[in-house]
Design a protein around this ligand. Sequence first.
Ligand code: FMN
Length: 196
Amino acid sequence: MEEIMKTLIILAHPCEDSFNRAICDEVKQHLEYKKHDVKIRDLYKLKFDPVLKEDNYSSFYQTELPKDIKEEQDYITWAENLVMIFPTWWNGMPAMLKGYIDRVFTNGFAFRFTKGESEGLLKEKKAVVFQTTGQPEDIMKPNQLVSSMETIVDVGILDYCGLDVITHKFFFSVQHINKEAREVMLKEVNGIVDIL
Ligand SMILES: Cc1cc2nc3c(=O)[nH]c(=O)nc-3n(C[C@H](O)[C@H](O)[C@H](O)COP(=O)(O)O)c2cc1C
């Protein structure tokens, strides 16, 4: 019997008509065509609470998990592939997604310390990252703005948690380009998720 791959998309963009949403739709459509079981966590639509507060700070250290966090962790546990889609805001990810990681990627779930060494617990899962920017590549790259975000997201977060980062794809200058250029980018999206 043909194996069905399970893919979780985590989308962090507030607007329905955004290019990020178009990427999300493209990933979903293409992977469903390839017979993946695709689930989407649309963080703004879910009204996800991204603020790690005092009352659930201890959950980071895995004493008791709030219900909304347990639910998100169950989605991640279910998935074989994670696809993260987000715009660049102030040279990083939107606070919504950062807060999702702060609250959901808890110690004991996403990683743990054994004999003083950290160990990623989301092994055997693949990750693909799509990140859009307003600034052009030739401004961002010489200023190390791309490499710094790759380091933080791919090395500092995903690889740290044991995920195998397949691609971190940047789409540059997206609000300044025309419809045709956007279509070319969306075709590239298909080629990238084909690896999954
Ligand atoms: C709060 C905010 C901060 C932003 N900061 C940056 C930035 O640091 N670098 C950049 O290239 N673009 C920045 N932008 C532009 C967005 O990255 C760009 O509009 C987005 O990637 C376009 O995709 P969308 O159509 O899906 O929103 C920022 C936009 C907002 C709203």
